[in-house]
Each structure stands twice: as C-alpha cells, then as structure tokens.
Write a protein that binds this ligand. Structure first.
Ligand code: ATP
Ligand code: MG
Length: 453
C-alpha cells in the first residue's frame, strides 16, 4: 500500500471551522496528506470575534504529542496558536527531541486584533522554537512585532525577514495579506540569503478567515510530500488564492476560506468531461440543430465548480462544425479548449455558482422569439457600447458583455445575445447548469424553428 505523508498540527481549536486546527485538517485532507492534531487551546469565537481562550493543561498537550510520536512516523509538523509560555516550552521540549521539518505560524493576534499570545510567550517562542524551524510564517504585523522593523513596503519586509532569520529559522516567509500592495497579495520568502516574492492578484472579499492557517498548513503538507521549500510555497500560494477566492459567505464577519475548492475541482474533472461528451452526442444526433450553427461555428462549454480561468472550462477543440445537414464535434472535449463561450461561462458563474455551462448558437430575431415562447429569461448587450479601454484589452469583450447582460436584469438569464459590431457576427449564448441542459435547450429551440419556417 502507498504510504501517505503524515503531518501533525499543534494549534488552537476554532469552533466556526474557519481557522486553527479545523482549517489545518481540511487543508491536509484536500492536499492528500494524513492529518493529526494536538489541540493547545479551545477558543470561543465566530467569524466576527474571539471571546475566550481556554488552554488545555500543559501535561495533556505533552501527553498527546508523546502518544503520537511513540506510534506514528511523522513527516512534518506545523504549530499555530501557542497561547502561553508554558505551552511554547512544552511543545518545543517534545518536538525538539525529534528532527521533523517544522513550520511555525507565529500566530499572535486575530484579524480583529485580539491577542492570541501572552507577552512572555513571544520571547519563549523565539528562543525555543525558532531555532528548530524549517520556516516561520509571520504576517506583516507579526513580522514587525518579532523584528522591531516597521513594515510599509517590500524593502522594509526584506530587512525584517533578515532580522527574523537571525533568530534561527532556516526560511522566513512574511505574508503580505495586509500590506505591501493594494493590487496584489505579495508574500516574501527569505531562504539561504536570497529573496523570492510570490504574488497573486488581491481578491476583494471578506472570505479570508483562516487564510494564514490554511496557507501554512498547505506549505507543511507540500514539505511532507518531499517538495523543496520554494516549491512548497509556490504550490501553497496557488492553493490559498483559490481558497480565498472561493471562500464561503458564512456568518456575519470574515467568512471562512474554502480549502476544499481545489479538491472539488479535481474531483469534478471527469464528470465535466463526461457531461460535455453526453451533450455533444445529443447535438450530433439531432440534425435540426445544424440550423442553429453560426458562421464562426459553435462550441459547448462546461466549467468546474470553482472555475477561475479558461483552463478550468471544458469545451470542444476545433468547435462543433456543420457538415451538410448535421453537426459534428471536431474532437473530444478538453479543458482550456474554448475562449469565447468559456468567458461567458466564467462571467455568469461569478454571479450564480450553479450556472456552469454555455452553448453559442446563431442569432436571428426568429430564434430570440422562440426563446421567448419557451419562457426563458433573456438579456442582451450592445457590443457597439463597449468602452474603448475594454476594447483595447485583447479578449475582454465577451466577459464585459456577459457582465452587462447579467447586470441589465439583476440575475443570470437563460439566454444572452448581442447583435454584433463591425466584423463581429451577432450571437446568442444559451446558459444553464450543465452541458447536457444547454444541449437540450438548443434542441428545444431548433424544434420550434423547424416547425414554423
Ligand atoms: N484579499 C486577498 N487576496 C488574495 N490573497 C490574499 C488576500 N488576503 C490574504 N491573502 C494571502 O493569504 C495568505 C495568508 O496571508 P495573511 O496575511 O492573510 O495571513 P494572516 O494574517 O496570518 O491570516 P490569518 O488572519 O488568517 O491568521 C497570503 O498568501 C496572503 O498573500
Ligand atoms: Mg495568522
């Protein structure tokens, strides 16, 4: 049997499930490592505030770690909230005897500012734990508190990182979730005397509860798989960006990140391809559909549940082409095979996560009439009104248009159309829950068109 990497998180419990031990365990599972947990404190908190911290007795913390070490070969360890000096000392005593790759997330305060570390615990952590660490992952505020350097930009962060490295950790990763740049979420890694910046677009969202914990957990999971420090951070950065982007709007404060977003996408790949294949079979066997194929041909596309780019959308490479009076898919569905229909799908999915598929057909007044007869919700956009700054950016028109069509009626319609522009063919896109659904929609329309000429 294949041996799964085994990872231990020593941290606090967060009852709302967004951060702490709960975030770590979800992240470990999502990244295919086996997770174990030693709870250091039980917190009373929700997405709005942290109210109480109840520390687990130090003997119990030690006994938990001992029990695991006696029984299981541990590949890597992560520490999170270690509330008191006694807890820090107990943890460093237990894990200091071993030689695990160790990631220390020096959790000092919540996003709302509540301290998570008693004063003398900070110096104990620096003295006892940092020298054991493969990596420490402070956010910018924590990095200031540890290094004494005020951080306002990347240069300050570099100074702080060097100072923190002097305290004994092999690598220092300063997370810029709160700092450095408004446009980007930058993280700075200092390793072997060299800096590397990891960047992602900053997402405008409140679903960041647990971002720090999940990020460090993802790093330790990748280290346990045997990746290098730099590769582990790179992988973890992609992972956390997706988890934030697809976080859950749960609770009244900062919603939890979604460490499963990545996993659900992977799990759905096969089903999405099969669904597009089934949809193609429907379209190929209904000859009347050929009457709906536009000059520029058609394509049918379906997105993964947490799609973020056209690589997350399956479609037909070479499109659906008209051959005499029937339609043939030029090849089997693949991810990344469509740009036009995929962009419409990626736009609507942001407004309604259940609408994940699209199919473009030719435009005519008669076809729009047929859609109305069926009772579908129809919206449109005017390509001639596309702002020049959008026009300038290659490939932005479709996303802009779909956004306009959704905004026009305040929800995702069943049918989006535009009447073209200079050199642009007018087009209708049918959207729905999955590829089979939109294929059936197309057949329904083509049946009406065929009965009444
Ligand atoms: N709005 C955002 N968009 C994209 N990435 C973000 C955003 N906010 C944070 N990140 C990223 O999330 C990761 C965690 O960083 P953050 O600075 O939030 O850690 P933290 O303050 O320790 O979080 P926590 O409060 O959960 O402990 C980093 O990679 C950071 O760049
Ligand atoms: Mg944090």
């Amino acid at each position: 049997m294949q041996m799964i990497p085994r990872v231990l998180s020593i941290a606090g419990s967060d009852p709302d499930g967004g951060a702490g031990i709960q975030a770590d365990l979800k992240t470990f599972s999502a990244l295919s490592v086996y997770g174990m947990t030693v709870i250091t404190s039980v917190t009373v908190q929700n997405t709005m505030e942290l109210k109480e911290i109840h520390d687990v007795p130090v003997d119990v913390i030690k006994a938990q770690i001992e029990a695991l070490i006696r029984d299981i070969d541990i590949d890597a360890v992560k520490t999170g909230m270690l509330h008191t000096r006694e807890i820090v000392e107990a943890v460093s005593e237990e894990i200091g005897r071993q030689n695990f790759p160790l990631v220390i997330d020096p959790v000092m305060a919540t996003k709302s500012g509540t301290p998570l570390l008693e004063k003398d615990a900070k110096s104990a952590m620096i003295k006892n734990l940092f020298p054991l660490a493969t990596m420490v992952t402070p956010n910018s505020v924590e990095a200031e508190m540890i290094s004494g350097v005020k951080i306002e930009n990347i240069k300050d962060a570099k100074d702080a990182a060097k100072k923190i490295a002097e305290l004994g950790a092999k690598a220092v990763l300063i997370k810029g979730g709160h700092a450095f740049s408004d446009k980007e979420a930058l993280d700075l890694l200092y390793l072997n005397g060299k800096f590397k910046v990891f960047e992602a677009k900053r997402i405008k969202t409140k679903t960041t509860h647990g971002a720090g914990c999940s990020f460090a957990a993802a790093i330790v999971a990748e280290l346990a798989k045997g990746r290098s420090i730099t590769d582990a951070v790179e992988k973890a950065k992609d992972f956390i960006t997706r988890a934030i982007r697809f976080g859950f709007n749960i609770g009244h404060g900062f919603g939890p990140v979604n460490p499963m977003a990545h996993l659900y996408n992977e799990a759905e790949r096969y089903h999405v391809i099969e669904n597009v294949k089934e949809a193609v079979a429907i379209l190929e066997t209904h000859k009347e559909f050929s009457g709906l194929i536009p000059e520029t041909q058609a394509n049918i596309a379906m997105a993964l549940p947490f799609a973020d780019s056209i690589m997350d959308v399956a479609a037909i490479p070479g499109r659906l082409v008209k051959i005499r009076k029937s339609v043939k898919a030029s090849s089997c569905p693949e991810f990344g095979a469509s740009s036009h229909v995929a962009k419409t799908v990626l736009t609507v999915i942001r407004h309604d996560g259940s609408i994940r598929a699209g199919l473009n057909i030719k435009y005519s007044k008669r076809i729009i009439e047929a859609c109305k007869e069926i009772g579908w919700i129809i919206s449109f956009y005017d390509r001639r009104k596309e702002p020049s700054e959008v026009k300038k950016i290659e490939g932005m028109s479709i996303s802009w248009g779909a956004e306009q069509a959704v905004k026009r009626i305040g929800k995702v319609p069943d049918v989006i159309y535009h009447k073209g522009d200079w050199g642009k063919e007018p087009m209708i896109t049918l959207v729905g829950k999955n590829a089979v659904e939109v294929a059936k929609m197309a057949i329904e329309v083509s049946n009406i068109i065929n009965i009444v000429p």
